[in-house]
Design a protein around this ligand. Structure first.
Ligand SMILES: [Zn+2]
Length: 321
């Protein structure tokens, strides 16, 4: 084979691979210039593009493992037929009664979005809250963002969505409660990614109901925190729809957001298609624009554990403000 023939075949191969990805990725998913792949690639991109991000906290805790998508798995029949588009599924969905009918067509910048876990700690959380207030920024939940979109408004440019992952209804870690209080005591709001499978601590839903009443958003972090791309379509739907129902039934208000474990999106769009009950699918990489109709894919960035100022700069760089 000649060198020119090899080059031609390589070019054709790349073109086919690209068109295959483009054909399978759902249209609603993110801004097209940011393909959400993994936490690892996001961290690498952040470090490449932002000198201030040199001290960025490596994506730690449960989101640190790069998922390995299952290869060659035999798909099971789906609860949602493949030919049923996300758009068609949306028509079948029942929106939360206190929110307007979907779909809401949007094209807005994603607010600065910060991903936290319990190891961030209470002291940093208090410093972060003070920093947000000092910077005249406004904390916002995804539900509030949706309410603005329904009025044809984008979130204000000084908005920040802070989400705290991995709260489990099996047991509420007192550290989590103190971290949440660092915000609520200052009149700020945040989003809690709650794992809701299995037996619940009797006090867990009482606590979540209490903070919900203070404006905290209770988002689904699935039933069991699996790596969704490794699951079958049926299992993915069970994790996503099952957790939706558990929150509806126990909180008395259905969630608008699904925070994907490990920020791990599958190439085939099964997570997006299975999340038709939600308005937001929250990952890590990409998602810099709230675009199209729900569910909107939105991304997040991790904090710099050494400095609130650097965390703010990381967010500015990541979200283009
Ligand atoms: Zn998690």
């Amino acid at each position: 084979m000649t060198r020119s023939t090899q080059l031609l075949l390589t070019t054709l191969g790349l073109a086919l691979a690209f068109s295959s990805i483009a054909a399978t990725w759902p249209r609603q998913t993110p801004d097209t210039n940011q393909f959400p792949v993994s936490a690892e690639s996001q961290s690498a991109a952040a470090v490449r593009t932002a000198p201030v991000a040199a001290g960025v906290e490596p994506v730690r805790g449960d989101e640190s493992v790069r998922p390995v998508p299952a290869v060659g798995r035999q798909e099971e029949p789906s609860l949602i037929p493949d030919e049923l588009s996300v758009q068609a599924a949306l028509q079948l969905s029942t929106p939360p009664p206190d929110l307007p009918l979907r779909p809401i067509s949007a094209n807005c910048p994603t607010p600065r979005s910060l991903m936290l876990h319990t190891h961030y700690g209470v002291e940093r959380m208090e410093a972060l809250a003070d920093g947000i207030i000092a910077a005249n920024m406004r904390t916002m939940t995804y539900r509030e963002v949706l309410e603005r979109l329904s009025r044809g408004e984008c979130p204000p440019s000084n908005s920040i969505v802070v989400s705290l992952d991995d709260i489990s209804t099996a047991w509420i870690d007192p550290i989590f409660e103190q971290m949440v209080a660092a915000f609520t005591d200052r009149g700020l709001v945040l989003v809690l990614g709650v794992i809701v499978g299995g037996p619940a601590d009797p006090g867990a839903w009482t606590y979540l109901q209490g903070v919900h009443d203070l404006g905290i958003e209770i988002a689904s972090h699935t039933l069991d925190h699996p790596n969704l791309p490794e699951l079958t379509r049926i299992e993915i739907e069970e994790q996503i729809s099952g957790s939706y129902r558990v929150i509806c039934e126990n909180l008395g208000a259905c969630p608008v957001s699904l925070i994907v474990p490990y920020g791990s999106m599958d190439y085939g769009g099964r997570t997006m298609q299975s999340a038709w009950e939600y308005s937001f699918v929250v990952g890590i990489a990409g998602g810099l624009t709230i675009v199209g109709t729900p569910p909107y894919y939105v991304g997040r960035a991790g904090p710099n554990v050494h400095s609130i100022d650097l965390t703010m700069q990381v967010l500015d760089v990541a979200f283009g403000s």
